[in-house]
Design a protein around this ligand. Structure first.
Ligand code: HEC
Length: 110
């Protein structure tokens, strides 16, 4: 029969002990100074930039939009409708024309 190296009584004391047997390492939070790339985070300046920056950046970066191929205006309009109806983007109906015009201007196609 094999004998346990640690006597059963020691194991029991360890399990029942209310005190931590080993001191926890000191917990320390540190602030880091990071430079994040900001190239694609907002839309380029121009008419309607404020409206699109205010409505289209809650869920993804501007890069999600700017890295798409150029599209006809009707396709941009359908894309904005998709954001509103499929993804529930809370966009005021009055802001939609300015957004579609902006997209057609910076990423439009015939
Ligand atoms: C409520 C969240 C939300 C808002 C606000 C939002 N989008 Fe999106 N958008 C999404 C999601 C979700 C996807 C799909 C992401 C994926 O496929 O990984 C997406 C993807 C896209 C794409 C990539 C093509 C596609 O259809 O998947 C474009 C372009 C786009 N959004 C444009 C816009 C524009 C323009 C606005 C402002 C009018 C906008 N989004 C606002 C949620 C949102």
């Amino acid at each position: 029969m094999s004998r346990s190296i640690v006597p059963a009584g020691v194991v029991l004391v360890a399990l029942l002990s209310p005190l931590p047997l080993r001191a926890a390492p000191p917990f320390e939070l540190k602030s880091l100074q990071l430079d994040l790339p900001d190239s694609d985070r907002t839309f380029p300046d121009g008419p309607g930039a404020d409206v699109i920056n205010g409505n289209c950046l809650a869920c993804h970066s501007a890069g999600m939009v700017l890295n798409q191929p150029a599209l006809p205006k009707a396709a941009w309009s359908a894309e904005v409708d998709k954001m509103i109806h499929s993804y529930k983007a809370p966009i005021d109906a009055g802001d939609v024309p300015a957004i579609v015009d902006y997209l057609a201007r910076i990423k439009g196609a015939d």
